[in-house]
Design a protein around this ligand. Structure first.
Ligand SMILES: Cc1cc2nc3c(=O)[nH]c(=O)nc-3n(C[C@H](O)[C@H](O)[C@H](O)COP(=O)(O)OP(=O)(O)OC[C@H]3O[C@@H](n4cnc5c(N)ncnc54)[C@H](O)[C@@H]3O)c2cc1C
Length: 394
């Protein structure tokens, strides 16, 4: 395994840095003040190819692969953690699921617009009854009516649902059949009535990017928008989460790196007892432990991306990498807070913001306990985590 990052991927990451520093970050205070979803900025990133790395050129992608996805997601979250959501909804969990499971016509209709940022995506799996056991907790139903389906029920925590043009949503077409009764759909909330999204207020997070409670009231979905076969939805969801965990791991790593950078900078600036606090060994211990965890998380992320780029099953690697990156990011945020003393509580340093987004991703795409169960069952030989071949269109 060669750990050298290819030049073209480094160049793609550098262009993301320039776009954020030059155009996206300067525009955000205005959007935050108006509590406005930055739709035009998403389209700008889409136009620049930021969301297309996992996709071939014939659907508008840049065909750079999963390592590029990882580096781009890491860089975005290092610079602006709230923007990491876009990597899941516009680059991976939503469009990549349609790409992998959709018919040629569905791919043509939805994928190019999603990765270009012309349409806003969504991935609606979790429900109020629970996210860890998404299949068991699922109460939303899809009933066949004429040449389509009628969906009823509710979803919870659905990111971008209040802006969504085209997203993936899961419902039970056969409630008696357990996880084999779940079907995936491509939904277009703005086209027909019956879909209501209410933003959930969460302290410390940007007001521009909402996660929502969603209510479905006889919401009509045409039969041609069914994604995969009826009853195949659980498989669709599980394969989507593996790929989603790549971006979530990268986002956690980016945030951990940002916290480490802040801690290092402050340790060199802050003078106590006549010396930089970085000279105190206990501060050095915080820095050293964080450096080690961040580097280890980075290696696990790159192994995951490499495994995916090689077309091999990666459920095990995704669970391990996501779990560890979450631990590293929580540790990095705590260390940054410790190093900054009282100033960690002020708005002068964005430590609270990073800590809030680390907490979001700690549970998002699977809580640590869920990863632990998967990792332990695999290690003990009860259930091979990599028993299924990865779902890839090509
Ligand atoms: C800001 C935000 C955005 C989100 N965006 C989306 C989205 O776009 N789409 C979407 O579908 N979902 C989304 N989610 C939901 C997220 O995926 C769920 O929160 C997550 O899956 C956990 O589900 P839960 O919160 O219902 O926790 P629960 O399932 O209620 O679990 C609570 C706790 O119980 C423990 N636990 C659960 N299962 C086990 C077990 N088997 N063994 C041991 N302990 C266990 C864990 O410690 C867990 O943290 C989002 C969440 C947040 C916070």
């Amino acid at each position: 395994m060669d750990l050298t990052i290819p030049e073209h991927i480094l160049a793609a990451r550098d262009s993301v840095t320039r776009l954020f520093e030059g155009e996206i970050l300067p525009a955000m205070p205005g959007h935050e003040e108006r509590r406005e979803f930055p739709r035009a900025l998403i389209a700008r990133l889409g136009e620049a190819g930021v969301f297309g790395a996992a996709f071939p050129e014939d659907v508008g992608g840049t065909d750079m692969g999963f390592l590029a996805v990882a580096l781009i997601a890491e860089e975005i979250s290092r610079l602006a953690p709230e923007w990491g959501y876009a990597m899941n909804m516009q680059a991976m969990t939503c469009p990549f699921t349609i790409f992998n499971w959709g018919t040629a016509e569905q791919v043509r209709r939805f994928v190019p617009d999603l990765i270009a940022g012309r349409k806003i995506g969504m991935f609606a799996l979790s429900e109020p009854g629970g996210g860890s056991d998404a299949a068991g907790a699922m109460k939303t139903t899809a009933k066949r009516v004429g040449d389509g389906y009628r969906l009823n029920g509710s979803k919870q925590w659905i990111t971008f649902a209040d802006q969504c043009d085209a997203g993936v949503l899961f419902a039970k077409t056969d409630p008696a059949a357990g996880h084999r009764g779940i079907t995936a759909f491509i939904v277009e909330p703005k086209r027909v009535p019956g879909f209501t999204a209410k933003p959930i207020v969460m302290g410390g997070l940007s007001p521009c990017f909402n996660s929502c409670a969603v209510f479905l009231d006889d919401f009509a979905v045409p039969a041609e928008n069914r994604l995969g076969e009826a009853g195949e939805g659980f498989k669709v969801a599980m394969s989507a989460l593996d790929y989603g965990r790549l971006t979530v791991t990268a986002r956690l790593l980016g945030m951990a790196q940002a916290c480490l950078d802040m801690a290092k900078r402050y340790a060199r600036e802050r003078i106590v007892r006549g010396q930089e606090i970085g000279r105190f060994q206990m501060v050095q211990q915080l820095i050293a432990d964080t450096v080690i965890e961040v580097e280890a998380a980075r290696l696990m992320l790159y192994r995951l991306a490499w495994t995916m780029d090689a077309g091999q099953p990666a459920t095990r690697e995704a669970a391990q990498a996501k779990f560890f990156a979450s631990k590293a990011a929580k540790g990095a945020a705590a260390a940054a807070a410790e190093v900054h003393g009282a100033y960690a509580l002020t708005d002068e340093f964005p430590i609270k913001k990073f800590a809030a987004y680390v907490n979001v991703l700690n549970v998002g795409e699977g809580a640590p306990a869920v990863q632990r169960v998967l990792i332990a069952e695999d290690a003990l030989g009860y259930k091979d985590a990599n028993r299924h071949p990865p779902r890839r269109r090509r």
